[in-house]
Design a protein. Sequence first.
Length: 289
Amino acid sequence: GGSVIVTARAAGILLGEGRPVAELCTRIEPGGRLVSPRLTAPKLPQIVLPTTPTTATVKAGAAVQSDTGARLALYDPGARPRAVLLEPALMAPVPPGAVLSAALNALAMGIEGLLSPQPPSPLADAALIHGVRLIAAHLRPGLAAGNQGDRLQLASAAVLVGQGTDHAGGGVVSALGHAIGPRHHADNGVVNAILLPAALRFNAGHAGEGLAKVAIALGLPADADPEPVIAALSTLAAGLLPAGLGALGVTAADLEPIAMAAMQDWFLRGNPRPVSGPGDLVTLMQAAL
């Protein structure tokens, strides 16, 4: 699954570089400039056999949680897998909850990629739109029976979303998910799917073209209004998600510390609407409680 893949990648980076993680991680300098050290030491080649539909299969990044709870992101093109093998027999025995969480995470990442303010990339758009389309078609109760066909299609979708978001990036959902998941022992995919409606409303006035792409991916008329998209996502996730962040143990008192942590996440730079401060994130999360 994604956690194992990312952990192995982080271990490979640390083994190859032979330096403390604090010297290798991406950091934001006081002036706001993002600095990602060049990691050039040879790495052990990785061959990935995913058991869940995780975007981690094709990525070149990893992350390590520090003793203080900070997320230390590592980026190393030399750690990208040499090969990814999608084998349905490996996916069939995995508990449906793990498959569901990974697929929901891929869905959220795909939508955030389509909303991205980065310069348009036809290749990224094609991968992301088809990835979201495949997830919408195969995220269904058959997962509970270990349906190999659905799981293989979801894994293929995750590869597409992983490749597309290499060009498009992430946004506010990814940043908040990184902050909430470790603190409340909640799966990223579940957290991100709960946050999506509030994030779509938060970004609506700044992401008209992106919302049109998301609508197309979900089989809707191209429209800059988020409500039909939110309705389609709610239908897709019906019965699959807790009622809100509160069901994961998040309380009103938790929101400000979560927002402060998320403000340090470089994924915020890919959000279509600029985040002016932690208050914006608290307001967004209040809508998802």
